[in-house]
Design a protein around this ligand. Structure first.
Ligand code: TXA
Ligand code: MG
Length: 322
């Protein structure tokens, strides 16, 4: 009897799209060495074709097949954080196809820390190119149902691995030049990276100049719900609630305190007070609140510390108007 994993690996070999769970968000996977398969990702997502994709690997023993001139720092970070929510940008091997790298001389690589993803990658025994399995510019999916809602018919198979534990996308570190830079913050923080590297990587401002790699997650309005979202300090949250009631408007709120009142017009979702739990729930909460037809989503601004950096990054992007 063929298992679901074997079926999924066979679909990948046949050039089809398979959505699969990772510890961060669900990925929309295709055989990274097949240009026709990779083209299907861009079509399904409605994503601009020059945006590079992350190649998911079954283990760090596959690194040399995809990257060249690999610095020691890459092996140290792989050892410390893989399988896990960290993507390394390295110089690519010449054979890596342009559709995956966006025509750049670098490639993004990661070994995901989810048992189903690892089983799939081991069974496929190659690189799987996978962006987050959402339509371009929308909120990343953290359950199989989110993927079906967004992409439904466009995928040959959705592997269901439950809710993603981390809940926001991997940290991206660029090691392709002499100074390491964080291109996208994630739950592996700058401090975590600095502990291994012996030096804090700089926070790179991606996409703002010559020679800077393109990161689609760096577009300001990425990860945005359709309902306008505002970030407010605690006092202002209560003020916004009172104002909405006075104007007879429906308001959605995501804040760490319990809802202080009972009113049909206020949809209150209590947020976790701790960054990992907050990240885990964030996208599901935004999807839920976005579906309630409110005039606005108010999110109470979290603390500005290192541990909250990745969450604050996603909230800031969600709040940027498209
Ligand atoms: O957690 C994650 O990273 C998830 C799961 C599925 O692994 N994937 C994900 O993929 O977030 P995506 O495509 O939504 O975001 C990947 C980011 C993009 O912003 C892309 O531009 C950047 O990685 N990227 C990929 N290759 C790159 C490269 N060679 N240079 C610079 N940025 C790169
Ligand atoms: Mg994405």
């Amino acid at each position: 009897m063929t298992t679901q994993i074997e079926q999924a690996a066979a679909l990948l070999r046949a050039g089809e799209l398979v959505a699969f769970p990772t510890e961060t968000v669900y990925g929309l996977g295709a055989d990274a060495s097949n240009p026709h398969a990779v083209a299907k990702i861009f079509a399904a997502k409605g994503r601009p074709a020059d945006h590079p994709l992350i190649v998911h690997l079954p283990g760090d023993d596959h690194l040399e097949r995809w990257a060249r001139d690999i610095p020691d720092a890459a092996y140290e970070l792989a050892e410390a954080f893989w399988p896990g929510p960290l993507t390394l940008i390295l110089k690519r091997q010449p054979g890596v196809i342009d559709a995956v790298t966006g025509g750049q001389d670098t490639v993004g690589l990661r070994v995901p820390g989810h048992p189903l993803a690892l089983e799939l990658l081991r069974s496929f025994d190659g690189g799987v190119a996978a962006p987050s399995a959402n339509r371009f510019g929308r909120i990343s999916p953290t359950t199989a149902q989110h993927v079906r809602d967004d992409l439904g018919a466009a995928v040959a198979m959705v592997l269901d691995g439950g809710a993603c534990t981390v809940g926001i996308e991997s940290t991206i570190v660029d090691l392709s030049s002499d100074n390491s830079r964080i291109l996208r913050p994630g739950m592996v923080s700058a401090v975590d990276l600095g502990r291994v590297l012996g030096l804090m990587p700089t926070i790179g401002v991606a996409g703002d100049g010559e020679g800077v790699p393109r990161v689609s997650g760096s577009l300001e309005s990425h990860y945005a719900p359709r309902t306008p979202l505002v970030l407010l300090p605690p006092d202002a949250v209560i003020f916004a609630v009172r104002a909405a009631m006075a104007n007879n408007e429906r308001l959605a709120v995501l804040a760490p305190m319990a809802c202080p009142l009972s009113d049909d017009r206020i949809a209150w979702r209590q947020a976790a007070a701790e960054p990992r739990a907050f990240a885990h729930e964030l996208y599901a909460a935004l999807r839920y609140l976005d579906g309630l037809n409110c005039v606005r989503i108010v999110v109470q601004r979290p603390p500005q510390s290192d541990a909250w950096q990745a969450v604050n990054d996603r909230l800031r992007r969600a709040a940027a108007s498209p």
